[in-house]
Design a binder for this molecule. Structure first.
Ligand SMILES: N[C@@H](CCC[C@H](N)C(=O)O)C(=O)O
Length: 302
């Protein structure tokens, strides 16, 4: 390839992030692409691919069998995959980035938009950009958290063990309050959770410390992606756990409560309402667009 023959062909892709949880975005409006687990892993590879914690395929709900039943409520379906190619039900940061992409690509208007996910239809609110060009924040109505138990869940790293709360935000989380975020260790491997079988589908594990009143910080090991610099569903699970620990459950107090959750890649604000709805607000940025080299894609596609 020479500079005078920069590619006009090849599959278009975009790159985006939300609090540094980063994604390869592949527009596939008519559901024409077959992107299997190996192709997702190749695209998300940080050295031999584009690089990302996950992949967002942008497809019309009506064009994907996984979402066709939601097509009367949402035009677009976020087909999310972890960087190892596995499928997850939901991705909070991914949904903010997905909403930002739809608006920037002219596929949706700023304001409220319904998006289909494997965890149902969720609503995103995309704020107007600031006058200096800073992209407006995105708020997602994440629906209600579920706390399915059982009691007695523990997370272990090396010799240390902590009690953990099982919080489901569409996907599973084990939230452990720890003395120091360093105690999570290098997180090169998934932390152990017990009792065995508590999470038959695997789990995202959050380690949490207090930073101040209604203000916590976390690290996360994500199922299918390893340690990431942020996890939106994880931040919601952490806020829900902290709210209960602090006796501030809005269903009991009758008042909405907002927690600030610091992640390695920035800050999210999580609000829980008396009706149980959890809202997440944070940034979402589209960083780049490009085209895959046709020969590379031919070798990895499928
Ligand atoms: N980073 C995401 C969560 C992605 C899915 C997760 N790894 C899982 O397997 O459940 C987020 O921002 O929520």
């Amino acid at each position: 390839m020479s500079a005078s023959s920069l590619p006009q062909a090849g599959l278009p892709f975009f790159k985006g992030h939300g609090t540094q949880n980063d994604f390869v975005i592949v527009p596939d409006p008519d559901g024409a692409l077959e992107i299997g687990p190996a192709a997702v892993a190749a695209l998300c590879d940080r050295r031999a691919g584009i690089g990302g914690d996950g992949l967002l395929r942008v497809v019309r709900a009506a064009a994907d069998p996984a979402a066709a039943h939601l097509a009367d409520r949402a035009e677009w379906f976020m087909d999310y995959r972890n960087s190892d190619g596995s499928i997850a039900e939901m991705c909070g940061n991914g949904l903010r980035v997905f909403a930002r992409f739809l608006v920037e690509a002219g596929l949706a208007k700023p304001g409220e938009l319904a998006i289909a996910t494997r965890s149902g239809v969720l609503t995103a609110k995309v704020a107007e950009d600031a006058t200096d060009g800073t992209p407006g924040e995105v708020t997602i109505d994440m629906g209600k958290a579920r706390l399915p138990g059982p009691d007695g869940i523990e997370v272990a790293v090396g010799e240390r063990r902590w009690p953990a709360l099982n919080v489901n935000m569409g996907n599973p989380h084990a939230v452990a309050f720890v003395e120091s975020l360093d105690h999570a260790g290098d997180l090169f491997r998934a932390p152990l959770t017990s009792p065995e079988g508590a999470y038959p589908e695997g789990v995202n594990v959050e380690f949490v410390v207090d930073r101040g009143p209604r203000h916590v910080a976390m690290r996360v090991h994500e199922r299918g992606s390893g340690e990431t610099r942020s996890c939106g569903t994880g931040a919601c699970a952490v806020a829900v756990a902290a709210i209960r620990r602090d006796g501030a459950d809005p269903a009991v107090t009758g008042e909405a409560v907002a927690y600030t959750v610091d992640v390695l890649g920035g800050r999210l604000v999580i609000t829980e309402h008396p009706d149980g709805r959890v809202e997440m607000t944070g940034p979402a940025v589209i960083v780049a667009e490009g085209r895959l080299d046709e020969r590379w894609w031919a070798l990895h596609q499928g």
